[in-house]
Design a protein around this ligand. Structure first.
Ligand code: COA
Length: 319
């Protein structure tokens, strides 16, 4: 028995920013961005916030699952880009959707956040502490983008994705084929400071990234973690219908497919339209697939993410 996803939802800010608009801000071009990353457009928040998008994605997931908010035992929001540190976004979502019985907290493992949230929720279910959980990735990365840095501003976007998780059986029968890893010694590859230190000296509040280092790390570690997940679930790579991966760069996903010797068609992508939205990417892509009718009961999926920290991980899911 596995933890199942009973419903999904997602939301994007209204405003669309294409590569031509970015090329008016920094020395780049639509051709360079598309060739090197696959990205054509991204959505950038205006009035939307991390909490407002998280709550909207949650409402859509609840409707898709056909449950009432009172049934939710646990809300986990993954974010690296909230507008405030207190209260946590998960509590704002709890208030907004009326999930009055739910415990709520935020987590930060960057772009691996949805994978981490899934494993935390599944662990609570296995321990008998929760039956229904809402896991959300919501990001306004534009809050921390330096629009004069062409190495980062071309990549990131805003949006939110949510999933309702349910234990499909008794806690003791649950299997959790899920793996999480971290390597803090490589944390300098992607950083962002917040506000002021105790000495009131302002920190650099923008994303700073060694793009090449992250690229190499992702192409090496994601195939490894997919194989680890499959060894736990007892499946071969060939048996998997879809690999739902973090959307950081089309070339990274293509390289992962090549390393696993699998057809790219089983690696769905929405990076072209949305860019990299950190922890929101995976649940948003899952919601796209769900609404397009690509996911049929019994289908086998592996979801995997990687990002700042450095962190990486994955899990096996049966639809
Ligand atoms: N437009 C035009 N030229 C650019 C550019 C841009 N936006 N950004 C960098 N360049 C230039 C560089 O200055 C460099 O020029 P040089 O050869 O004269 O020094 C050249 O393009 C190649 O730079 P490089 O950094 O090697 O490009 P790349 O092919 O690695 O692509 C990224 C850069 C950032 C798109 C790519 O490394 C990447 O996607 N990395 C992963 C990032 C990521 O996933 N981050 C989030 C973690 S979840």
């Amino acid at each position: 028995m596995f933890v199942k996803i009973a419903g999904t939802g997602s939301v994007l800010p209204e405003r669309v920013v294409d590569n031509f608009e970015i090329a008016r801000m920094v020395d780049t071009s639509d051709e360079w961005i598309q060739t090197r990353t696959g990205i054509r457009t991204r959505h950038i928040a205006g009035k939307e916030t991390v909490a407002s998008m998280a709550a909207e994605a949650a409402k859509r997931a609840i409707e898709d699952a056909g449950i009432s908010p009172e049934e939710i035992d646990l809300i986990i929001v993954s974010t690296v880009s909230a507008e405030q540190s207190l209260p946590c976004v998960a509590c704002e979502v709890q208030k907004e959707i009326g999930a009055v019985r739910a415990a709520a907290f935020d987590l930060n493992s960057a772009c691996s956040g949805f994978i981490t949230g899934y494993q935390m929720a599944a662990g609570q279910m296995k321990a008998g502490l929760a039956k229904t959980a809402l896991v959300i990735g919501s990001e306004c990365l534009s809050n921390y983008v330096d629009w004069s840095d062409r190495g980062t501003c071309i990549l990131f976007g805003d949006g939110a994705g949510a999933a309702i998780l349910r234990a499909d059986g008794a806690p003791e029968e649950l299997e959790i084929p899920s793996v999480l890893h971290a390597d803090g010694s490589k944390g300098d590859s992607l950083t962002c400071s917040l506000g002021h230190g105790k000495d009131k000296v302002p920190y650099d509040e923008y994303y700073r990234m060694d793009g090449r280092a992250i690229f190499k790390f992702a192409v090496r570690k994601v195939p490894e973690v997919i194989r680890e997940v499959l060894s736990l679930s007892g499946h071969s790579v060939e048996e998997i219908d879809y690999f739902v991966l973090h959307q950081a760069n089309r070339r990274i996903i293509e390289a992962i497919a090549k390393r696993l010797r699998q057809d790219e068609a089983r690696f769905p992508m929405n990076i072209m339209d949305n860019g990299n939205i950190s922890s929101a990417c995976i649940p948003m892509l899952l919601d796209d697939m769900n609404r397009k009718g690509l996911l049929k009961p019994g289908m086998k999926l592996v979801l995997a993410g990687f990002g700042a920290g450095l962190t990486w991980g994955g899990f096996y899911l049966e639809w």
